[in-house]
Structures are given as C-alpha cells and as structure tokens.
Write a protein that binds this ligand. Sequence first.
Ligand code: ADE
Ligand code: ZN
Length: 328
Amino acid sequence: MTLSSRPKIELHLHHEGAAPPAFIKRLAQEKKVDISRVFNEQGDYSYTDFWDFLKVYEAATSVLQTPEDYARLTRAVLAESAANGVIYSETFLSPDFCGGRDVGAWREYLHAIREAADQAEREDGIVLRGIVTCIRHFGPEKARETALCAAETAGDWIVGFGIAGDEQAGKPKDFAYSFDMAREAGLRLTAHAGEWGGPDSVRDALDDLRVERIGHGVRAIEDLALVDRLAEDGVVLEVCPGSNIALGVYKTWADHPIHALRERGVKVTVSTDDPPFFHTTMTDEYDRLAATFDWDEGVFEDIENTSLSAAFCDQATKDALKKRLETR
Ligand code: ADE
Ligand code: ZN
C-alpha cells in the first residue's frame, strides 16, 4: 500500500488554517474585501515568520463572515483531507472567528459546519469532530467567553477544548479558569506548547491546565527528564513536523526530534497544522518522515493506532474507525 492511500487519523488541524488560498481569494473577491497582503505573486499565503503568520492567518480569516462561509470552508477542507487518505480529523474551531464568542451566533456557525461535515462523511467517508480553541494572544477574558461557548456545545461532536495562538503571550495558568470550565463540561483537553516555548511551557501546560495532549510539544526534547515524564504519563504529542520546518523551529527534516521522542517512548502522532500555509499534506508528512527516518509501514501503523486511542471522540466512533484501519 502506498503512503498516500493509507487511512490516516489527524488530530491537529486549524480549520481556517486549512483553507485553500484560492478559496479565500474567491471569498475576498465576492465580499469585496482587500486582503492582497495575504498572498504572494504565485497566489500562495505569504508571511515572514510565526508572528507574521498569525497576522496573515487572521487577515485571511476575516473573509469568513457567515455560517454559510464556514459550511463552504468545511466542504473544501474535508475534500482535501479525504483526498490524502484522512478518515478522521479533529479540527480546531474558534468562536473568536465564528460569531465573535456570542453563544447564539456560535451555535449557528457550528450547525452549518456540522451539516457540511455530515455531507462529507456520507460522500467521502471522512469523520470530523471539533475542538473549541481559545486564542492565547486575545487574552484570558476572551478565553473565558470562548470556554463558555465550548461548555454550552460540549457533547459527542464538540469533544475537546484547547488553546492556540502566540505561545509567548501570557502564561498557561492565566487560562486555568477556562480549562476548568471546559473540563467540568466533560471536554477533553489539549494545549499548544513546546513549539515556540521551551520545555517549561510544556510543564506549565501539564501542571496548570491539566491537559492530556500537547499541540506540538517537540521542544520537550531539550529536557530529557521532561521527555521521560511524557513517556511515563502517556502524554500524547500532536506533532506537525512540516509546520515546524516551514516556520523555522527546525532547519531541516533531519533536525526534527519526532524520531528521537518516539525512540524514548513518547506517544507521538502526525498532523499538518495549517497545511496550505506550510505547503504540506498528510501524504507529504508521511513521505518526508519515511524518507528522513526510514520509517516503515509498521511505524505508521503504530502511529495511527496511537492517534486513534488519543482521539477525543466516543468509543462507537473509534470502533468504526478501527475497523477501517484494520481493513486497509
Ligand atoms: N494557530 C494556527 N496555527 C498555529 C500554530 N502552529 N501555533 C499556534 N497557533 C496557531
Ligand atoms: Zn496548531
């Protein structure tokens, strides 16, 4: 079986960050919004570093203005994921962008996204679930409103709560109230850490937010005592190697610590983060990992099983996905 046709589980994908640039450009034209700074001459997303990436991301997102826009986005994103063999995707959804953190408006956006996802599941067999995500650089007050949106819609479709954005803004403990609210509503928890912050950022996310997964987490490798803690406690890392290389966290694929983390017993998974921004797909990630670290089918099988057990969806959904992984 080729790597592209292997059924894949993706746990770390930002919904707006997965928008094809042509899709955003078309929407900007329809709405007569000038976002020309978002693109380069080739029509690709254009940014200089991570912080500029966040600005460009928000500028691109500004053309997504209605629930129908998000329905269209969902169809475009899931078609691309399904074409790369993804059978299950956990996607970060931000009420900050979907209805300005108003619970009623957020419900409208969610309804539109879910309808589009149901259609994609019927047509392409891809299953989508949502992780409501607050944005760190928008601050703790806005995060509380986001957590309220999450708590109000927690269930078998909104399955998790997380935090993304500028890891250097504030501290994880500033967001503990929001994470407590989400946990009390039954949501499973993940946090971006150890991408731009060092090992301490991962420790703080574990201790102060009590998350069971870490988005990225790769810079834990700078502290082997922390690596051993991750391995012993079974903390799952949502690793996005192509993203880390595109943004300059590591210079080359060979420098990336995913292999070393796995060798030392850490549960790693593979995702794309914001694929068109980083010129990647799930197939590309698999291809590059196989070429760089000589990973064979057994390694990818192990990673897919780790991803499935770390997914936040219910057991019935996992059982159905497991069957599809087994019949590959
Ligand atoms: N939002 C979208 N992509 C992100 C990333 N890689 N890190 C933090 N926040 C993000
Ligand atoms: Zn991310």
